[in-house]
Design a protein around this ligand. Structure first.
Ligand SMILES: *[C@@H]1O[C@H](CO)[C@@H](O)[C@H](O)[C@H]1NC(C)=O
Ligand SMILES: *[C@@H]1O[C@H](CO)[C@@H](O)[C@H](O)[C@H]1NC(C)=O
Ligand SMILES: *[C@@H]1O[C@H](CO)[C@@H](O)[C@H](O)[C@H]1NC(C)=O
Ligand SMILES: *[C@@H]1O[C@H](CO)[C@@H](O)[C@H](O)[C@H]1NC(C)=O
Ligand SMILES: *[C@@H]1O[C@H](CO)[C@@H](O)[C@H](O)[C@H]1NC(C)=O
Ligand SMILES: *[C@@H]1O[C@H](CO)[C@@H](O)[C@H](O)[C@H]1NC(C)=O
Ligand SMILES: *[C@@H]1O[C@H](CO)[C@@H](O)[C@H](O)[C@H]1NC(C)=O
Length: 234
């Protein structure tokens, strides 16, 4: 008798463990699924919050938490606000590391909720019609390796706070309207390889801190109005 009671207890404990694990998983994913469903692009997917190998453009980790959103070339139709994808609720997706919204027809400003996505390493908003200026707050997106904003309608200066993105290896800001000069703080991006700024309206000299970027493989300043006095190269 005693051994079988013991075995029953073990079985129950084991079943409970699996149940709790499953429940935890659903809790972990629940708010992320809701955030996606609220953002209209995924509203047609099931309300069953167990995400979603089949959700278009979404990838999850083994625990079902969103790690990647890739809507590149989705053919969404005209004038979609980028703020309708990057919502405050989506900002809770702390496992999200890849966000590719390139080559769609997104309009509007760079969403402020972007700063909540603190685990982002790869951000691609290129080939849209995103407008306004680049806002970058201190300490945001520390893990960002790749930032692609080219072929949009961004204007205004390159903010010096962009220099806080010290992990960047690739930075593409080709646009038509960005003005002012290259901030000195870009020199903080020690790992930067390609850095492209062509087709803008930048003026002034190339700041000398860029000369210390030993990994820089490409600095494309075509079609700007800068005086391209080459900095001392090591
Ligand atoms: C999800 O729930 C909302 C409101 O509860 C409903 O309007 C929508 O049709 C549901 N979606 C699906 C795919 O069942
Ligand atoms: C990140 O993913 C892991 C594995 O699925 C999960 O346990 C964890 O809760 C997620 N973290 C957040 C902040 O969502
Ligand atoms: C997104 O998907 C496209 C193809 O649909 C691919 O070319 C691109 O590399 C993907 N982006 C990322 C960040 O993986
Ligand atoms: C953009 O996406 C379309 C499909 O929607 C594709 O044909 C085109 O090559 C893509 N362009 C770029 C620049 O990625
Ligand atoms: C952030 O992303 C990495 C993969 O780049 C992942 O291993 C890690 O668990 C994520 N961190 C958090 C806090 O979710
Ligand atoms: C950005 O574009 C939208 C729609 O095209 C427009 O309403 C808005 O005023 C523009 N904002 C800026 C800062 O240019
Ligand atoms: C430059 O690149 C190398 C190899 O990719 C890497 O190990 C190093 O940390 C990078 N940064 C600097 C400042 O050299």
């Amino acid at each position: 008798m005693a051994p079988s009671v013991f075995i029953s207890i073990l079985v129950v404990a084991w079943a409970l463990r699996i149940f709790m694990h499953a429940t935890n998983m659903v809790i972990a994913m629940d708010f992320e699924a809701k955030a996606l469903q609220e953002s209209e692009w995924w509203s047609s997917y099931s309300n069953d919050t167990s995400i979603h190998p089949e959700w278009r453009g979404i990838k999850c980790n083994n625990g079902g938490s969103v790690t990647e959103i890739n809507m590149s070339g989705f053919n969404l139709g005209d004038n979609n606000l980028i703020t309708s994808v990057i919502t405050k609720a989506l900002g809770n997706s702390k496992n999200l590391s890849e966000l590719d919204l390139s080559n769609d027809t997104f309009v509007g400003p760079i969403p402020s909720a972007l700063g909540l996505l603190t685990n982002l390493s790869n951000l691609d908003f290129s080939y849209n019609e995103i407008n306004g200026s680049i806002v970058s707050e201190r300490g945001m997106l520390k893990k960002l390796l790749v930032l692609k904003l080219e072929h949009n309608k961004l204007d205004g200066p390159i903010p010096s706070s962009l220099g806080h993105l010290t992990s960047l290896t690739k930075l593409c800001l080709n646009s038509k309207q960005m003005s002012s000069s290259i901030p000195l703080e870009i020199g903080n991006m020690k790992d930067l390889k390609p850095f492209s700024l062509k087709y803008n309206k930048l003026i002034g000299p190339i700041p000398s801190p860029l000369g210390h970027l030993t990994n820089l493989t490409e600095l494309d300043l075509d079609s700007n109005q800068m005086n391209k006095i080459p900095f001392h190269q090591k």
